[in-house]
Design a protein around this ligand. Structure first.
Ligand code: C2E
Ligand code: MG
Ligand code: MG
Ligand code: MG
Length: 279
């Protein structure tokens, strides 16, 4: 695969192009059927108290296992699903599944305060997204504050009246809203004043370089400053080393996630870890 990617520098080499187009078409075909075939499942990455390592929340991450294509990471199919529109149905399934799981954890008395779900701009812009969320919460018997929706900056720069109505509906439900990969996207900061956002998720692309790389340190400090002065929560993602964690703690960041703590876990494993930290 890496050999192939190197050769991809020659975009005009047509057998390469043809094979990539074939691959894409195959993925597209399989993706269309994947939901009905039950090929998706969710893993949950712990969001922890950085000082104690205690699990506070969960982020649901979708996984796709296909007999022909094998294990596909979201980076290899979410964009495609956005292009084809399949993301709307897939995203709705993710939301239902994550809320149903959250309900089961609550019934087991596990102290997981909420589950975060990633939402594509296509989903957010689809008909009645707010109503859809309300219905899912109702069916799962969950209060709005048990759900967090992670939006990308792409959703937020869209000023359409429709999306303002969606934000309003979500606010009334008490659903928490955070901005994923903050700083990677459009950085139109004015939406932070207008929209009911609760937290920023500091992109892992900046965490990578701390504490060694001055420009990444500066960006982390700036984002922490924005969150602090606007009264927003801040979650750091992609924490892989103790040095990164310690830097973030010094910066005043309280919550984070990353391989240093845990990758995405199957629900049973997630529950086990939460139970283990109770005694
Ligand atoms: P994200 O929402 O920013 O999620 C974080 C990604 O970073 C996840 O990759 C996670 O497994 C990975 N990660 C977590 N900790 C670390 C770490 O310490 N180091 C490194 N290098 N990576 C870490 P994943 O699961 O492959 O998801 C990639 C992206 O795909 C997500 O980024 C999100 O944008 C999207 N995605 C995942 N699930 C869904 C979904 O259900 N719906 C939508 N619309 N997008 C999703
Ligand atoms: Mg996310
Ligand atoms: Mg992210
Ligand atoms: Mg990302």
């Amino acid at each position: 695969d890496s050999k192939r990617r190197q050769r991809n520098g020659f975009q005009s080499f047509s057998p390469e192009l043809a094979s990539r187009q074939h691959e894409r078409l195959q993925t597209e075909t399989q993706l269309r059927r994947a939901l009905d075939k039950g090929e998706f499942h969710l893993v949950y990455q712990p969001q922890v108290d950085l000082r104690t390592g205690r699990i506070l929340y969960a982020e649901a991450l979708v996984r796709w296992r296909n007999p022909q294509l094998g294990e596909m990471r979201p980076d290899r199919f979410i964009e495609l699903a956005e292009t084809t529109g399949d993301i709307v149905r897939i995203g709705q399934w993710v939301l239902q599944e994550a809320c149903a799981q959250m309900r089961r954890w609550r019934e087991q008395d596990l102290p997981i305060q909420r589950v975060a779900v990633n939402v594509s701009y296509r989903q957010f812009g689809a008909d009645d997204f707010g109503q859809g969320v309300q219905r899912v919460l109702h069916e799962a018997g969950l209060p709005g504050h048990a759900l967090e929706l992670e939006l990308t900056e792409r959703v937020l720069v869209d000023d359409a009246a429709d999306s303002l109505a969606v934000f309003d509906a979500l606010r009334r439900l008490g659903v928490q809203l955070s901005i994923d990969d903050f700083g990677e996207g459009y950085s139109a900061l004015n939406y932070l004043r207008r929209l009911p956002i609760h937290a920023l998720k500091l992109s892992q692309t900046f965490i990578k370089g701390v504490p060694g790389k001055p420009s990444d340190v500066a960006i982390c400090q700036a984002v922490a400053g924005i969150a602090g002065s606007l009264g927003l929560g801040l979650v750091a993602e992609g924490i892989e080393t103790e040095a990164q964690r310690d830097f973030l703690i010094r910066l005043g960041v309280k919550v984070g996630q990353g391989f240093l703590f845990a990758p995405g876990l199957l629900p049973g494993e997630f529950a086990k870890r939460v139970i283990a930290q109770q005694d």
